[in-house]
Design a protein. Structure first.
Length: 468
């Protein structure tokens, strides 16, 4: 198997590595201080082992990335690409003796074209910075992960990120039109297009999206843009049960409505937000549903959706009158993960996506799992596309609780597959879910995945140990 070919380099190789890298990189771009390199060892995932990198490099040009990969190939040293390390699956975790290739210094927006509705960017561009820049041209880059103020476009591409607006606008993969990629041996390959349409050959661009840096290093991306929509208005609906809130979601989607946001918070999350921010949400709320529209007549859309929520059993429906009020309603959702983290200090965030029609079964199952393991598990969900984030709160200093947290996490993923879902909707596989990828796609699927990896990276240098 290709996944076992590379071992951590020995001391002699490691000592020689920095000198070779400095042959094509400025001194400030090559970090060898162990205290500094250790800070690049892992992303934000729990229960994911990380190794000790031999060196960290911070290139600024495509040519410098090519030099890194040629050096790595010559010495057979593994390379772990990184963005801002906001990921939640361990995909950016270092392996022992590796080169950590941090792309955060390649942060230029190279072009914004309002006619072709594209932006051309380097991988280190921050998502929010791109969104604001294109907004000045009356354009809109929809993918908006919760970490959008920190995460990079390269990281978004690597993990196939989503966000709150996916129910209407889709995920990162739908906006990546073309890529420049440095391959494992240092060659530069361009994929895709700048045009609105194009079907020439295999869709290699889409293949790289979600590949977690295991096939090549993205050094430039052509991204599709949309006209900037009107400001959205938000509605909040309270329910006496999660099942009723999920029924409302089904009614909204079946009715043909296209909200720009449709988010759900369960009772555990509502209580956590109340405890942290004193937002005054009723303690009797079992589920809070937030719906938003960015149409030309959002008030009418909210009224229609509000009626559907009431028909599903909403105990209270509160539509916002203006943008400022809408932002206040969304504040609770934005605080959700921070509030859940405050419960025990550490969280393990799952990322199971199920068919919308089975969302209620997913939430009910998580409740049962929380009771079985005697843990606090809050659920926030991109309800409009069935993407749930069951968040396990636990004390890492308690070995028994840590063990139960991991076991509950696995049961939640098993439940998602049983309901016809997938183990990850937007966070990726990384280290955390490797065994579950094999369960989801089966032996033939795994064989073909490995064949693709072999074609692009026969020496298994790129992010080894991730995905499978």
């Amino acid at each position: 198997m290709i996944m076992s070919r590379i071992e951590a380099p020995g001391d002699e190789t490691t000592s020689h590595l920095a000198d070779l890298l400095l042959g094509g990189l400025p001194a400030e771009a090559v970090l060898t201080d162990p205290d500094v390199t250790a800070s690049y060892a892992n992303d934000m995932a729990s229960f994911c082992p990380a190794g000790t990198p031999a060196v960290v490099v911070l290139p600024r040009t495509t040519e410098q990335v090519q030099h890194v990969m040629r050096t790595a190939t010559a010495l057979r040293v593994p390379v772990v690409p990184q963005g801002a390390r906001t990921g939640l699956s361990g995909a950016a975790n270092a392996s022992d003796g590796c080169i950590v290739l941090s792309l955060t210094k390649m942060d230029r927006i190279l072009e914004i074209n309002p006619v072709d509705r594209i932006a051309v960017v380097e991988p280190g561009v921050i998502n929010a910075a791109l969104s604001r820049a294109v907004g000045e041209h009356g354009l809109y880059y929809p993918p908006d992960p919760s970490s959008w103020e920190m995460c990079t476009i390269g990281g978004n591409i690597g993990t196939g990120s989503g966000g709150l607006c996916c129910v209407k606008y889709g995920v990162t993969a739908e906006y990546v039109l073309g890529l420049d990629v440095v391959l494992a041996d240092g060659r530069l390959m361009s994929t895709g297009r700048r045009t609105a349409k194009g079907v020439a050959g295999y869709d290699l661009t889409r293949l790289f999206v979600g590949s977690e840096g295991s096939l090549g290093i993205v050094v430039r991306a052509v991204l599709g843009l949309r006209p900037k929509p009107p400001e959205q208005l938000v509605l909040a609906a309270e329910f006496a049960s999660a099942a009723a809130a999920c029924d409302a979601v089904c009614r909204i989607m079946e009715g043909g409505h296209v909200p720009s946001l449709l988010e759900l918070m369960d009772r555990t999350t509502v209580k956590a937000v109340n405890a942290m921010a004193q937002m005054g949400l009723p303690e009797t709320t079992e589920a809070l549903l937030l719906a938003a529209f960015d149409t030309t007549a959002p008030s009418a859309d909210l009224a229609a959706v509000g009626a559907l929520c009431e028909a599903a059993g909403a105990t209270q429906v509160v539509p916002a009158d203006d943008v400022a009020e809408s932002e206040l309603l969304l504040q609770a959702r934005r605080l959700s993960l921070t509030a859940l983290e405050a419960v025990k200090g550490v969280t393990m965030i799952d990322d199971v996506c199920v068919p919308r029609s089975r969302l209620a079964e997913m939430l009910e199952g998580v409740d049962r799992i929380a009771e079985k393991y005697q843990l606090t598990i809050g659920v926030v969900a991109h309800a409009g596309d069935g993407n749930t984030h069951p968040t396990v709160c636990f004390d890492p200093a308690d070995p028994g609780e840590s063990r139960r947290a991991r076991e509950s996490f696995d049961e939640i993923m098993a439940l998602g597959l049983e309901l016809g879902g997938t183990i990850t909707g937007e966070h990726g596989v990384g280290v955390l879910k490797k065994q579950w990828l094999a369960r989801e796609i089966g032996p033939v699927g795994m064989e073909m995945q490995r064949a693709v990896k072999q074609a692009f990276d026969p020496l298994n240098l790129l992010n080894p140990g991730k995905l499978f």
